[in-house]
Design a protein around this ligand. Structure first.
Ligand code: ADP
Ligand code: MG
Length: 267
């Protein structure tokens, strides 16, 4: 981590954000969860989202992945505006196809791994590239095995999720997300369900992905993870960005009182 000015390499002027969210509003019925949020993830950038429970972090991530409709605001994927003609099942078919295509480019990793329990680890990793992307099975299998080795569970290809530790299951879920060859990875509390010693093996994998220049949005309660891997940290409070900046500044010299309180409560 560094606080030196100009330490981060400036993105090329032509770079287009992988995800850009502008003025996003999201409500569930009368409950306003996001009240005008802007987020921009440049290629290779790692952004952490922190904030109290209920502040809207998961909702924001789900909006990025187009798992949620929003009421107002714009979402752009690599410069392409997401269209919202109609809602839910009434949505315009072309718009549904656009959402499906964009979603395959934004792989999500969840707190509780969400592996399919009736499939082996290898089958879990291969499933979406083969059935959704219609890729050649042998090609996908070679990629899946290489990814399992990369996350340190190359010997677990043929076991079922229940036969593995939580840390191993989460690494399998990360391999599954990577096997889609997404443009960005979205993590929702990837270490929250893990004991501290298992947490570290997942943190190491996430750090390695950051080092290889992956674009990532990480919702986390782990301030050390946020400080170690992020280029940019966003503190959400009641559906608004209360403060944001590089981790050295945000954690080292928080300006807002709410962030100061949140950080002292998170220690
Ligand atoms: P966080 O991830 O920061 O804990 P969430 O984004 O999960 O917060 O939730 C923000 C608020 O939205 C909370 O008040 C939560 O109860 C509410 N909420 C989340 N999902 C739904 C839903 N599907 N329907 C209704 N309310 C929801
Ligand atoms: Mg959440």
């Amino acid at each position: 981590m560094t606080t030196a000015p100009n330490a981060a390499p400036a993105p090329a002027p032509t770079a287009v954000p992988v995800i850009a969210i502008q003025g996003l509003h999201k409500a569930y019925g009368t409950l306003e969860v996001l009240k005008g949020v802007d987020v921009k993830a440049m290629p290779g950038q790692v952004i952490s989202l922190i904030g109290s429970s209920g502040s809207g972090k998961s909702t924001l991530l789900r909006c990025c992945n187009l798992l949620e409709d929003s009421q107002q605001g714009e979402i752009l994927f690599e410069g392409e505006a997401v269209r919202w003609r109609g809602a839910g099942l009434e949505r315009h078919p072309a718009d549904r196809a656009q959402v499906a295509r964009i979603r395959t480019n934004l792989s999500m990793v969840f707190q509780n791994f969400n592996l399919w329990s009736h499939m082996t680890v290898l089958q879990n990793v291969m499933e979406a590239p083969v059935t959704v992307l219609k890729q050649d099975r042998a090609t996908v299998e070679a990629r899946a095995r290489a990814l399992l080795a990369k996350v340190g569970i190359g010997d677990k290809a043929d076991v079922y999720p229940a036969q593995m530790s939580g840390g191993q299951q989460q690494r399998a879920a990360i391999a599954r997300a990577l096997c889609m060859e997404p443009r960005a990875l979205l993590f929702d509390e990837p270490t929250s369900a893990l004991d501290p010693e298992l947490e570290q093996e997942v943190v190491r994998v996430i750090k390695a992905l950051a080092d290889e220049g992956r674009t990532m949005l990480i919702v986390t309660h782990d301030m050390r993870l946020a400080a170690d891997v992020s280029d940019h940290v966003i503190f959400l409070h009641q559906g608004l960005i209360e403060e944001e900046g590089p981790p050295g500044t945000l954690f080292g010299a928080p300006k807002s009182q709410r962030l100061q309180q949140f950080l002292s409560a998170s220690q």
